[in-house]
Ligand binder design. Structure first.
Ligand SMILES: [Zn+2]
Ligand SMILES: [Zn+2]
Length: 327
């Protein structure tokens, strides 16, 4: 198999030829069709997240066909198209796992972080954490749903039932969530980097009610705001944009420091929370919703061997939507 490997933090990925991995008990092997590139991959590669497994194959938005089964896996899964997300395994017995919060598991395994992921031609995964996908699904356009879609969905649940939703950072996650919000009849206010008119136009094309730079107040107070951009200075901006009792949800795994801010912008029962990982229950809810809402993704496909270019383009905001690697 071929894999793009992180050997050293902060260094470009290196193409390696490796023996094809064999699935262990309860595991499946996929022939990968597509793997989307997530901002979390950048955080892993850049060393923003502690203790990645090294050497590591990054990538956790994987779509592929099951081509080998480990002991104890339902034989019907052979040949199926499945998706592998960030949540690779949970312990099943810690207090979080037992209370329906497996996303917070004390002993989790994460795809493309603490076990090898999908920037490769093949990957082995725990079969219990692989989602069956539509046999007719297009692998490239489906891949971004596996993290950008799922995390966006979890963030929206945290945001509550409000009708006026602000999205800060209009990348892969926001462009999917925008479509779901519109389908639910909510009004979306899209905040982008200053001067990023392409992203603002993109948001308006997808049905945003308003789009503008993140330092502008929205034309009306928001019920909730979700921050996907990894910039801590957006937290006070978002708090100022939400109404009394409004919520601010931080959707990223890493963020720069949140600046000092006056208590008055939090007061009146505004709240800040974050989203961590996903549960399999999130996926059971999300995929039917995405299908009903007719979500389409805007993708830019790169050959697997050009993973470094895709990561660089994401880092520099060179495209709208999601980058996807194709072996
Ligand atoms: Zn656990
Ligand atoms: Zn991700």
């Amino acid at each position: 198999m071929k894999a793009m490997v992180l050997r050293e933090i902060g260094r470009p990925l290196v193409l390696e030829e490796r023996p094809e991995p064999l699935p262990g008990p309860g595991e499946i092997r996929l022939r990968i069709e597509a793997c989307a590139v997530c901002r979390t991959d950048l955080h892993v590669i850049d060393g923003d997240l502690p203790h990645p497994r090294l050497p590591l194959v990054p990538g956790h938005e994987i779509v592929g066909i099951v081509d080998a089964l480990g002991e104890g896996v339902d034989p019907a899964r052979l040949g199926r198209r499945v998706g592998i997300p960030w949540l690779g395994h949970t312990c099943g017995y810690c207090s979080y796992c037992r209370s329906g919060a497996e996303n917070l598991c004390d002993e989790p395994v994460f795809t493309g972080y603490t076990r090898d992921g999908g920037f490769a031609t093949h990957v082995v995964a725990d079969s219990d954490y692989a989602f069956d996908l539509d046999a007719n699904a297009d692998p490239v356009s489906t891949a971004p749903l596996l993290c950008a879609g799922l995390i966006g969905w979890r963030a929206l649940k945290k945001a509550g039932e409000g009708r006026a939703i602000g999205l800060y950072g209009f990348g892969a996650a926001a462009h999917i969530l925008m479509q779901i919000c519109a389908w639910q009849g909510r009004s979306v206010y899209a905040f982008t980097r200053h001067g990023d008119e392409a992203a603002q136009r993109f948001a308006l094309e997808l049905g945003a009610k308003w789009a503008g730079p993140s330092d502008l107040p929205p034309p009306q107070p928001l019920d909730a705001a979700i921050i996907f951009a990894p910039a801590g200075d957006l937290v006070p901006s978002a708090l100022r944009a939400v109404r009394k009792g409004g919520r601010v949800v931080c959707g990223g795994i890493h963020m720069s420091d949140i600046p000092h801010m006056p208590y008055s912008i939090l007061w009146q029962e505004r709240s800040i929370t974050s989203v961590a990982n996903l549960t399999r229950e999130d996926a059971r809810e999300f995929f039917p919703v995405a299908c009903a809402a007719g979500v389409t993704t805007r993708t830019r496909a790169y050959p697997l061997t050009r993973a470094n270019e895709a990561l660089d383009d994401l880092r520099n905001g060179r495209f709208s939507g999601a980058a996807v690697l194709v072996p």
